[in-house]
Design a protein around this ligand. Sequence first.
Ligand SMILES: CC(C)(COP(=O)(O)OP(=O)(O)OC[C@H]1O[C@@H](n2cnc3c(N)ncnc32)[C@H](O)[C@@H]1OP(=O)(O)O)[C@@H](O)C(=O)NCCC(=O)NCCS
Length: 350
Amino acid sequence: MDCSRAQQSQASDEVDKTTAVVEKQQHSQSKQVSKDVREGEKTGAWKCTKNHLSRIMWPDDANVAGNVHGGNILKMIEEAGCIVGTRHCNTQNGDRCLAALVRVEKTEFLSPVFIGEVTHVTAEITHTSKHSLEVQVKVMAENILTGAKKLANKAALWYVPCSLQNVDKIMEVPPIKYASAEQEEEGRKRYEAQKMERLETKARPEEMMPSPPNPEKHTVGFSQSSLIHLVGPSDCTLHDYVHGGVTMKLMDEVAGIVAARHCNTNIVTASVDAINFHRKIKKGCVVTVTGRLTFVSNKSMEIEVLVDASSVVEAEKGKYRAVSAFFTFISLDKDNKPLPVPALKYSNGK
Ligand SMILES: CC(C)(COP(=O)(O)OP(=O)(O)OC[C@H]1O[C@@H](n2cnc3c(N)ncnc32)[C@H](O)[C@@H]1OP(=O)(O)O)[C@@H](O)C(=O)NCCC(=O)NCCS
């Protein structure tokens, strides 16, 4: 990846200037939140189905060219969804529970987000079934020096409430009130559609092929990459299982390494196909996240990412496929314009 120092120092100047503005904004936001809480407690409306998070983007959220990683955006989206989903599912009597991420619909990164910008993540529960809930999330990126705002991402996530007493016990979801019968019907259609799609596309248990020794440049083996991560407490929910957002961040990181190795340029996430989270990953497990190119078009790369989990001591014995997904990346020039992607070579030289 080609990193310009000038670009980096300009980015950190922007951060310095924006920090003061953000502190002021955060102060007034927290005053507003306290007011909302007081209002909500008074009227009972605090059982709300909406949540809002804002955060400034720091250099450690971004790649060397200043583009915020898609994985960090996905992590924020998941955090916002988990808060609103967990809060809603605990508005009823019975076991306390946590909303576990089970699915993210196909997501597109609509505009790049840069260091120094503030992301506003709004999450709203838009549908409930007996045991699951849909959260739609919108991410706006704001340049707080100019006030310019752009839509960075829109996503739809599905959560399932799991009891804190017994993680295998799935709780019922309190129904939400819909604004209209049409809205309810549309939500039901989305629920049926994802259920059908899940039946048709079960996780593929196949093994990732190891890279051949000394692979030729631009072959699949040349850019194939793996990341091994020990699941620690900071990766986990109150259940001691990995947050879906943490897993997506690792997946995006590996896919980004694959894309950068293939192109040797600055790369960004363009989209992620629907992801299903069928299996939990417990604290103390080792996860191996592997990415490989599956298709290259003129200006984009499709990368399959597989996440395998196993116990740290008996790595091969209990290994299982926890998640898999397809990411699309694009290669960018210094002005953030898409570049042609080198064609994928077959290993036999074709
Ligand atoms: C949550 C979990 C226990 C559900 O297990 P399951 O065997 O699918 O359970 P069920 O078939 O009884 O389904 C329970 C509900 O979840 C919903 N559901 C399950 N998987 C889903 C998915 N991938 N997408 C959307 N909804 C899903 C079902 O529709 C059902 O709701 P409904 O009764 O209202 O239709 C299991 O999928 C799991 O542990 N997933 C991993 C969760 C996690 O750890 N997330 C972070 C990953 S890093």
